[in-house]
Design a protein around this ligand. Structure first.
Ligand code: AMP
Ligand code: ZN
Length: 703
């Protein structure tokens, strides 16, 4: 018992520390410790909790994982309804609003609070006993969807608030916070870039992307979208929980919610207008999109006096900024090569001022976008700018007299290699592994842990090697001289020698690693292994036709085409020859299964295994004659579960498939006869509360 109490207080202390650092990082943006250190604390907490599953509570920082995807959302009724806001577009309309407020209240001066109008989706967060219990979208205002699992993944939403702080603020532990979930511009850009790389659709704006991310059934997707939350109302028992709105915002801030960083208390309409003007310029620099300013009567008693219309409060209004759009002429379209080799068309514009900034370039994203716009060189277009994001073309407004078709270049503008297009994708790309546009990226991948595993060849070194012209491709690494490396910044002779030793040692890596390291599109670690097993020789692989490639297990036409494209590129053929000359291992005895112990058995992996990567685990299954599948079905024999498992875990449980942890998996590989099916309650966040039923599945004998 004493031991458990000690553990409990250790866990609670660690949670408090983590909560503090989450707040510093996600809310204040002022981290005090490194990411690595933070991750370590999190790992430690996970470890302690897995040893004491009975101590896991839903408000623990480890419980931001949202759990398994769901079938649909339940609806939830708001009380009071979540209102919309009336919009104004000019100072005249604003003066009209102010006049009405003064008339209705009989005052000649009104104090207003001004806040950013966040462009996202509004959400209601319900706390009970100081702990977040429910998150509901606005929906139609009266009823919304319960998206609790998803909002829990948003780091700036406290899973619980400090009880002492609530007391100090004289607030009860049951309350409601209303605010806006937004997607920061950085996250939005990254998301669209990923979408494009994977051949998906771009999101039109951060609002759509945020709304989509909150209303997906799989919380894992919400988490990956890196959303943020800003609070703007605090309610207790359905009523505003303060005498002044500014006080409520201050309380929210003290409870560790984010509130509008630009907020003001204005004593006159002139001050409101000044606030609006100031932020119209400054909004450029904000990390998120705002589409205006919200103006609210500060005094809650006056708010109540004013009441509501059918749709919106009479005590608040939104001032909308004009869209930052302008018309101009497209003089030319050029193509830029991105870090991954994708070609991006860019419009060269007649320079034009858009919201105070001169714009002379605008991204066109891809060829489909050009087609959608019906754009030709010489056309007059409308461009729009949001934040510091590159402006984009909205539409063609006038066709030019001499219109030129926009053609994708046949050769890469950087290295003159042939440009390839995957039939299923919109992107065109340069597949030359040594193309200057993606040199650094390729080298980092080549050196990475699961590829050639060259320790010490990180970003700083790669940057210098490339910038100094010492390394242009992978083969150059093997020609580096000690003096050259030792001359780099922050490189002592000793570490230079270590690096060269590492590079040299990598020559003996398996062919599978080398294939993966080349950075062929769609060829991950596992495919690298399968290709190595099948061909046993890199030079044979390089000569394989698409027909031969699709014979490799798990290689479909898309992957086969990508491999063939890669090796058809003369620059890549030269590279392979040079790597061979440098003495890298190119052939390997083909690996026949060691034994057929797992013959006829199908495995599925989910979650992170402690000791090996999923690909390594898969390779072992194959080595013993078994098969690996991506999805769980009745035909699956075993599901091997690691930390933070996904939906496959639930599926396995519902189908009654035998579940193993890594230890049990090892036993199976070693041919031990019986293996206990495993359920570790503490490892499955949020699942241990189903009345112990899930804690232990009957032990099953395996053979
Ligand atoms: P609209 O969607 O144009 O009708 O504008 C009303 C919406 O603006 C509200 O429902 C909120 O979701 C959102 N909003 C954004 N920022 C704020 C804020 N600071 N205060 C109140 N509402 C806001
Ligand atoms: Zn190129």
């Amino acid at each position: 018992m004493a031991k458990s109490t000690a553990a409990a207080s250790q866990i609670e202390k660690l949670r408090d520390d983590i909560r503090r650092h989450e707040y510093l990082y996600y809310v204040l943006d002022e981290p005090e410790i490194s990411d690595v250190k933070f991750d370590r604390m999190m790992e430690e907490l996970k470890r302690l909790e897995s040893m004491h599953p009975e101590l896991v509570t839903p408000d623990s920082p480890t419980q931001r994982v949202g759990g398994a995807p769901r079938k649909g959302f339940e609806t939830y009724r708001h009380s009071p309804p979540m209102m919309s806001l009336d919009n104004t577009f000019s100072f005249e309309e604003l003066e009209e609003f102010d006049r009405r407020v003064r008339e209705l209240t009989g005052r000649d001066r009104i104090e207003y609070v001004t806040e950013h109008k966040f462009d996202g989706l509004s959400i209601s967060l319900l706390y009970e006993g100081g702990v977040l219990v429910r998150g509901v979208t606005r929906g139609d205002g009266t009823t919304g969807e319960d998206v609790t699992g998803n909002v829990r993944t948003i780091h700036s939403i406290p899973l619980r608030v400090d009880a002492a702080e609530l007391k100090k603020l004289r607030l009860p532990t049951d309350f409601e916070v209303r605010g806006e979930i937004i997607m920061p511009l950085r996250a939005f850009e990254d998301l669209n870039q990923r979408q494009e790389e994977q051949g998906g659709k771009r999101f039109a704006n951060p609002r759509n992307a945020a709304a989509g991310a909150v209303r997906v059934l799989d919380p894992e997707i919400t988490r990956a979208r890196r959303l943020d939350f800003y609070a703007y109302f605090l309610l207790v028992g359905g009523r505003m929980a303060a005498h002044l709105h500014s006080e409520a915002l201050e309380s929210l801030r003290k409870l560790h919610f984010k509130v509008s960083p630009g907020r003001g208390i204005c004593h006159s309409l002139e001050e409101v207008e000044k606030f609006i003007d100031t932020w119209e310029e400054k909004r450029e620099k904000l990390p998120y999109e705002i589409d205006g300013i919200v103006i609210k009567v500060n005094d809650i008693a006056l708010q109540q006096e004013l009441g509501f219309t059918a749709k919106a409060p009479r005590w608040a209004v939104a001032y909308k900024y004009p869209a930052r759009q302008e018309t101009t002429v497209v003089k030319d379209v050029i193509f830029q090569v991105g870090r991954t080799g994708t070609l991006t068309p860019v419009a060269v514009l007649e320079p034009v001022e858009v919201g105070g900034v001169t714009v002379s370039r605008s991204t066109l994203h891809n060829m489909d976008e050009i087609e959608r716009l019906g754009l030709r060189i010489g056309d007059t277009v409308i461009i729009e700018r949001a934040g510091e994001v590159i402006p984009h073309v909205i539409k063609v407004v006038k066709e030019g007299k001499a219109r030129h078709e926009i053609a994708v270049p046949e050769r890469c503008p950087e290295c003159h290699s042939k440009i390839h297009k995957d039939p299923e994708e919109v992107a065109y790309r340069c597949v030359n592994a040594s193309c200057p546009a993606k040199r650094k990226e390729s080298l980092l991948h080549f050196a990475s842990r699961h590829a050639m595993n060259i320790d010490g060849l990180g970003e700083k070194i790669v940057d210098q090697l490339v910038d100094k012209g010492l390394v242009k491709d992978f083969a150059d690494l093997y020609e580096l001289k000690l003096d050259d490396v030792a001359a780099l910044e922050r490189m002592a002779k000793k570490s230079a020698q270590n690096l060269l030793d590492e590079i040299k040692a990598s020559k003996n890596n398996s062919v599978a690693r080398l294939i993966y390291a080349l950075g062929i599109r769609f060829v991950g670690e596992r495919t690298g292994q399968l290709l190595a097993d099948h061909f046993g020789d890199l030079t044979k692989l390089a000569k394989a036709t698409v027909e031969q490639l699709v014979e490799v297990p798990e290689v479909g036409p898309k992957v086969a085409q990508s491999i063939a494209d890669f090796f058809s590129e003369p620059a890549n053929q030269r590279l392979i020859r040079r790597l061979k000359d440098e003495g890298l291992k190119m052939t390997e005895k083909r690996r026949a299964p060691e034994d057929m112990r797992l013959s006829g058995k199908t495995f599925v992996f989910t979650g992170a295994l402690p000791r090996r990567s999923r690909d390594e685990a898969g390779a072992e299954v194959v080595r013993h004659g078994g098969k690996v599948s991506e999805s769980v079905s009745k035909l699956t024999d075993y599901v091997v579960v690691g930390a933070d498992p996904g939906s496959k875990y639930d599926k396995a449980r519902s189908l009654g498939v035998t579940i193993l942890n890594e230890d049990a998996f090892d036993d199976l590989l070693e041919g031990k006869v019986t293996v206990p099916a495993l359920e570790r309650p503490g490892k499955m966040p949020g699942k241990s509360n189903s009345k112990g039923a899930s804690k232990r599945t009957p032990q099953r004998s395996l053979f």
